[in-house]
Design a protein around this ligand. Structure first.
Ligand code: MN
Length: 275
């Protein structure tokens, strides 16, 4: 499902309409062929034993005219959790992740894993008293942690200058920087997640800007598309993914491939299985 309005952006270029952009840009990703394509991508990552379901239901765009968007997202996530439906959300600012997680957390426990060049904690901003503010895209993870909404938090891909601020040296969660996720070290760097139930959030700025130039807060020196795919397939086959979201792409009609990368990664996260 998609949501096309921003919720609370404090950082980066506005990206209202991101979900419709992704849909327009991926009209060629048909259900009948996507499983074969995903299998080939997995084989490129050395995951020959992984196959994919092709059952995907596009629920459509969330229209929140009658109630505020955060409450709508919480309600939908809670409903999907009760129905035991694996759900993927394509949204605008990363704040959507906070509200989707908040709804799902009413139903079940899980670990929060987010692929993001930034930590979205806001601790390095002295003026940012995020515990008393409503969640925004630069600090919502802080509220996830403080509210004990999830069992643990793991960032993969942190690399912005602010992520090296000393204030994060003792952050109360796991930070897996790209060198530790880039080669064959996933079994080591992510071993705490093996066999766990996880929620996977994908901030598209985790990708190198050459792979996704149209993100709200681009950061140089990131992973390639196939690097990202490998990490997601690892998570989908070593963990149980209950829900995912994909955020921060900026609509840009001349750039179709970043939306395609995002869609294939999201489908892989939701549909991968072994054996
Ligand atoms: Mn983010």
């Amino acid at each position: 499902m998609g949501v096309d309005a921003e919720i609370n952006r404090q950082f980066g270029q506005p990206n209202a309409g991101a979900a419709a952009y992704v849909r327009r840009s991926t009209a060629n990703v048909r259900q009948g062929t996507v499983a074969a394509k995903l299998s080939d991508l997995a084989a490129m990552c050395g995951a020959n034993h992984v196959s994919f379901d092709s059952q995907v239901l596009d629920v459509g765009l969330v229209n929140s005219s009658s109630s505020p968007l955060p409450e709508t997202l919480m309600g939908l996530a809670e409903l999907c959790g009760r129905l035991k439906r694996r759900v993927g959300l394509i949204a605008c600012d990363h704040t959507a992740s906070f509200w989707f997680v908040s709804g799902l957390a009413r139903v079940r426990r899980f670990h929060y894993v987010y692929l993001d060049a930034h930590l979205d904690l806001g601790w390095h901003n002295d003026h940012d008293h995020s515990t008393t503010q409503s969640p925004h895209n630069g600090s919502f993870v802080s509220q996830l942690v403080q509210g004990s909404l999830v069992d643990s938090v793991t960032n993969i891909g942190a690399r912005s200058a602010a992520t090296y601020d000393p204030c994060y040296a003792h952050a109360p969660f796991n930070i897996v920087r790209w060198p530790d996720a880039s080669t064959n070290s996933l079994d080591t760097s992510l071993r705490h997640l093996v066999d766990q139930v996880i929620y996977l959030s994908i901030d598209m700025d985790v990708l190198d800007p050459s792979a996704a130039p149209n993100v709200s807060c681009p950061e140089a020196f990131g992973p390639s598309a196939i690097d990202l795919f490998r990490v997601v397939v690892w998570l989908a086959t070593h963990c149980t993914i209950v829900a995912t979201d994909l955020c921060e792409l900026v609509p840009e009609e001349r750039l179709l491939w970043p939306a395609q990368i995002g869609t294939y990664v999201l489908l892989a996260a939701l549909n991968a299985h072994t054996g």
